[in-house]
Design a protein around this ligand. Structure first.
Ligand code: WQD
Length: 336
């Protein structure tokens, strides 16, 4: 099977390309390096020992993307190419609507033109907003509070309406909870530019003395220790969820799956697990709540388990250790 991975040099995209190649699939990667680094290409080859085709291109460039569909006989698409910083989406909404929606529309138009029947879309638990019931099931109410989340809801709607009027086509929407960790090689991982928005990359920078201390956004939530609870899932488990989605017999229409672990951990759980797994200290201070944050969010993954055979098996210790191993490997490489 030849899989087109759009945004395949990003954090989740690169880990999925690694798992696809390890599974013997043919891979074509498109990326414009707007939120990734070119050296990821060589790292993927080093990890897997496999070759793959790469096009440096913006997924919103329809004429450019058409050349890829003309040159490559694509069986399925995985669409990762979306901007994903919640805070940035609030200050630059048009950038997010244009990039995240137009890239999806371009891919669907070309899917129709070249009869590519299946697309797997990178969605997010952010579409659930503040959940009414926990754990969260796929039929839970949709409500988002920021432009980033709105783009995910809108893309899900665009994909659903496309397959509704195109018999034989399938859209698989994977709603990620909180991906963390890194490939066991330590060669690829999450390495955002500047000050990280997300918890784990921030913890890693504090442990590595790149940042002074972690700011814990609120300890007065209605949770066991008062800090925010999330469903952290190892990025390799998440990547394998995509492989399973592609291996499922094609079934027209839209299919939605939560990809998490079903376990909720608080901010302080993560801090303590990281310190224990890596023998480091992560100093922190308690701050005010971050606007827009919710108290608790964790998945019911029954549907993915039953229909895809999804079974996340990495532990919290694996997630913490692999995240640290990636930074230590990066640091060693930079020092050479
Ligand atoms: C996790 C917990 C914070 C940083 C976001 C997006 C979501 C997805 C994942 C793209 C919360 C706390 C964090 C810090 C802290 N991204 N925290 N200090 O907000 O659950 O989800 O990233 O798909 O769409 O919304 O993840 O890692 O930012 O926060 O205390 O410096 O850690 O309050 O409780 P979040 P996060």
């Amino acid at each position: 099977m030849k899989v087109l991975v759009v945004g395949g040099c990003g954090y989740i995209g690169s880990h999925t390309v690694v798992e696809l190649l390890k599974n013997g699939e043919e891979v074509v990667v498109v990326d414009n390096f707007s939120n990734s680094k070119r050296d990821v290409l060589d790292k993927i080859k080093k990890i897997t020992g496999k070759e793959f085709t790469f096009y440096e291109m913006d997924a919103t460039d329809k004429e450019g993307m058409r050349t890829v569909f003309e040159k490559e006989t694509i069986d399925s698409i995985i669409h990762f190419a979306g901007y994903k910083a919640v805070g940035e989406s609030v200050s630059k909404p048009l950038l997010y609507y244009r990039n995240n929606l137009l890239s999806t529309i371009v891919l669907l138009e070309l899917m129709k033109e070249f009869s590519v029947k299946r697309i797997v879309f990178s969605s997010s638990a952010t579409v659930y907003g503040a959940p009414e019931k926990l754990p969260i099931r796929e039929n839970a109410k949709i409500s988002t509070t920021n432009p980033y989340g709105e783009t995910k809801v809108m893309c899900e709607k665009i994909l659903s309406d496309f397959v509704r009027v195109n018999p034989g086509y399938e859209a698989i929407l994977l709603r990620y909870f909180n991906p963390i960790g890194a490939d066991e090689s330590g060669l690829i991982g999450e390495n955002p530019n500047g000050i990280p928005n997300n918890l784990m990359p921030y913890i890693v920078k504090v442990a590595n003395h790149d940042l002074e201390c972690l700011h814990v956004f609120g300890n007065d939530y209605d949770t066991p220790d008062g800090t925010g609870v999330r469903d952290y899932v190892h990025v390799t488990d998440l990547a394998n969820g995509h492989i399973l989605a592609l291996q499922k017999p094609l079934e027209e229409g839209v299919h939605i799956y939560n990809l998490g672990t079903g376990e909720g951990y608080s901010v302080l759980d993560i801090v303590h697990a990281f310190e224990k797994a890596n023998g480091v200290t992560v100093p922190y201070v308690i701050e005010e709540r971050r606007p827009g944050d919710i108290a608790s969010c964790y998945a019911d993954i029954t549907k993915a388990k039953e229909e895809l055979g999804y079974l996340p098996n990495k532990t919290l210790e694996d997630m913490c250790r692999s995240a640290w191993n990636f930074v230590k490997t990066e640091t060693k490489t930079e020092e050479k």
